[in-house]
Design a protein around this ligand. Structure first.
Ligand SMILES: [Cu+2]
Length: 108
């Protein structure tokens, strides 16, 4: 439990060094989130990596999370603690959309 809390705190404190093992990685590439939909479990970390020459952001539709600006090759990670469907977009290019689906139970 303490380890989980520390992981979450570190993820928020340090944008450039995410936790060691994300459950899913989303690339920001050609003005798209690739893949646009990822499935994880509660407590999992999702990491985003900007492969584009342009800056992007990862902004929750419900303001649950916000990466701030990500320049080329920058990454950002977020820990999803609760189940649900978390839609997000790029604040700079609102047509860029993705969703993180956090599901309890087995399988994906
Ligand atoms: Cu963008």
């Amino acid at each position: 439990m303490i380890a989980l809390l520390l992981t979450a705190l570190l993820a928020q404190a340090s944008a450039s060094s995410p936790p060691a093992k994300p459950a899913a990685v989303v690339h920001l590439r050609d003005f798209k989130f690739v893949p646009a939909t990822v499935h994880v479990k509660p407590g999992d970390t999702v990491e985003w990596i900007n492969d584009d020459a342009d800056a992007h952001t990862v902004d929750s539709v419900t303001k649950a999370f916000d990466s701030g600006g990500l320049d080329t090759h920058e990454s950002w990670a977020h820990v999803f603690k609760t189940a649900g469907s978390f839609a997000y977009f790029c604040d700079l290019h609102p047509y860029m959309k993705g969703v993180v689906i956090v599901e309890k139970g087995t399988g994906k």
